[in-house]
Design a binder for this molecule. Structure first.
Ligand code: ZN
Length: 436
């Protein structure tokens, strides 16, 4: 190893870090700077001994090595040759790396503060000419125990941010990734969204889930718009709602509310109490849209909510207008027939323009109807996930069968629909995934 290091330092000047990095995986608990210094001291002492014992070869090598070793060789060089060797710049980093790590950490703190990011991960970009210079130094030396300059910068900047500035390094769910560049000293940030888990209630009709802009203004008021009141508190740019399924625009969401994750994009403040966040969310559309927040969510949960939602049972309240008056007994009999049937349902005509025409089979898990008037019924219906309730009542021109209308032999229309219950995505599964 001494021979290797002597040859490396004969070929070119290397700073402590860049030399140490070539042996980064040997020893433990030291910085590459420590490694570089130890190697330089040892190899200089080794050659110095050879020179002292009369080796001409050692004498010749010592002069080059001490000149290329920077500070570590300077005193001996001056002592032996009576002059200062001058500053030989590291052939990989131009002797800038050590100071750059400090400076990059300082710049990173400034940027991270702007985004209230405390759990972070560090990324590094290194210019092509430096990467190539590193390859040139390594070439022909068969060095097996080194690491890349990128890995060193990532780790060392991360260490400074952790130990000196109190940041937590979190590879799983960081608030932000800070990307530092060498040698330009540029610092960028990829700011992750703030994800809030909870439920929403929609107490009015003609409200969509997503913001729906048109040239003449939004098509409907939306749950997302109601949540915009969070933007002021968090300094975020926009809100995206990820819900476990959706109700029709004209249906209310009452009862249990609907499980959802609110995504605040590019927030400037994120360490805010849940209570404060919930209060802010509920200032958007008081009495019309309500939010209940239960905690922070992770990126993985978003997909999970969407996947899990479709299979979950739902409870509805439907107001049904009948084309002819009927008596309660006949209605109850029809309900019993529906409860024991499997419903075959082609994609409803009203959504065919945006969904594929598919046949689905679903069950009515429970149903109960009362007559408010001889031609007006109120039905509470529990269904398997994915059953279209309006069509269960109307039959959709024969595309849903059997239907309440078909069994009664009387035209029936759902004139008002409320969702009363949406089962939450399986909380135990979420716990297993370690995201609560
Ligand atoms: Zn260097």
């Amino acid at each position: 190893m001494l021979e290797d290091v002597a040859r490396l330092l004969e070929e070119q000047p290397l700073c402590d870090r860049c030399l140490g990095r070539l042996y980064a995986r040997l020893g433990r608990g030291w910085s590459n700077k420590d490694r570089g210094r130890a190697l330089k001291m040892t190899v200089i002492m080794w050659l110095h001994r050879g020179a002292a014992e009369g080796s001409v070869e050692a004498k010749r090598r010592l002069k080059v090595v001490t000149a290329n070793a920077g500070e570590m060789g300077r005193e001996l060089y001056k002592h032996l040759y009576g002059e200062d060797p001058g500053e030989a710049l590291c052939s990989i980093c131009g002797s800038k790396l050590d100071k750059a790590i400090e400076e990059l950490a300082g710049e990173a703190v400034k940027v991270l503060r702007l985004y209230d990011a405390r759990r972070i991960v560090v990324g590094a970009r290194v210019s092509q000419d430096i990467l190539e210079a590193e390859d040139r130094v390594k070439a022909g030396h068969g060095l097996k125990y080194g690491e890349s300059i990128k890995a060193e910068i990532r780790r060392e900047v991360g260490k400074l941010l952790r130990d000196r500035h109190g940041y937590t390094i979190d590879f799983e769910e960081p608030d932000a990734m800070v990307i530092v560049s060498f040698p330009s000293l540029a610092v960028e940030i990829q700011n992750n969204s703030l994800l809030l888990r909870g439920r929403y209630w929609k107490r009015g009709r003609m409200i969509s889930q997503a913001y729906w802009p048109t040239p003449t203004g939004p098509k409907y008021y939306s749950i997302e718009q109601a949540a915009w009141s969070l933007l002021q508190l968090t300094g975020g740019e926009t809100i995206v709602l990820h819900a476990a399924g959706r109700e029709d625009v004209d249906a209310r969401m009452l009862g249990t509310g609907r499980p959802m994750i609110l995504e605040v994009k590019n927030p400037r403040r994120r360490y805010i109490s849940l209570k404060e966040l919930e209060e802010a969310a509920n200032r958007g559309a008081p009495g019309l849209v309500e939010f209940g927040l239960t905690g922070k969510a992770s990126r993985r949960d978003v997909q999970f909510y969407k996947e899990e939602a479709s299979g979950k049972s739902k409870i509805y309240k439907a107001l049904v207008l009948l084309e002819e008056p009927i008596d309660l007994e006949r209605l109850k009999a029809a309900v019993e027939t529906l409860k024991s049937a499997t419903i075959s349902q082609w994609t409803p005509r009203r959504v065919l323009h945006r969904r594929r025409n598919l046949l689905r089979r679903r069950k009515v898990l429970d149903m109960d109807c009362t007559l408010l008037h001889s031609s007006l019924a109120e039905c509470i219906i529990k269904t398997e996930g994915g059953l279209y309730v309006k069509e269960l009542i109307s039959g959709d021109g024969g595309r849903t069968s059997p239907s309440l209308s078909e069994i009664l032999g009387v035209g029936a229309t759902c004139i008002e629909l409320d969702v009363l219950g949406v089962e939450a995505p399986d909380i135990e599964l979420l716990e297993e995934r370690g995201s609560i």
